[in-house]
Design a protein around this ligand. Sequence first.
Ligand SMILES: [Zn+2]
Length: 228
Amino acid sequence: MARNLFSRLRPSGRMVRVLVSEGIDGDLAVDGPTGALSQRREALRPGPWTWLRQVHGPRVILVEGPGDGAGSEADASVTAQTDTALSIQVADCAPVALASPGGLAVAHVGWRGLQAGVLEQASNLLAQVAPGPQESVVGPCIRACCYEFGDSDLEALCEQFGNDVRALTSDGRPALDLPEGVRIALERCGVVEIVFDGVCTGCDQRHWSHRVGGTRRRQAMVAWMEAP
Ligand SMILES: [Zn+2]
């Protein structure tokens, strides 16, 4: 069943909620049949969702109300509105939520998005529309144990984020530590608290993994703020 990754009551009385689905909640990929998809979304979080056509880039959109901007080609979304559900679909890339005292953002972060600066773009836009300290939660993603990675791309990521992103797979091959890269990028943005789900999509049977299973199915992160 969907896991509650983060729920926090704000001094304003708003409640921030971040959920991530598991395989048992069904396929949340956006290119499947839409009837089944809307039923699965409804079961997780009723009402319209802002979902994105994700392209591993840095673009972030501002969402002004429920369902606004759905289907936009972007990899992150930001809102300062309550009852406005933001979502990301993933099967190895990291789903990341950012929360400030009056706003919320979600981002789809694979290695290309990390390199392209999607977290910086999301954090900057969130700071503009809802200033204040930012906290973050990083959902299930592929971890170094399952993420063998090519030399030249790994070199480029080490230049950008430092050698801590270099790791080994469980059988000793060169690997990328994606959550470590996410942590470094978030800290550079000044994020004050980062919560990691810690689950590896490659080795945890509750989740789909494109890398390990070759699937086209996706789990989803959905995040919203409830009015007092
Ligand atoms: Zn693993």
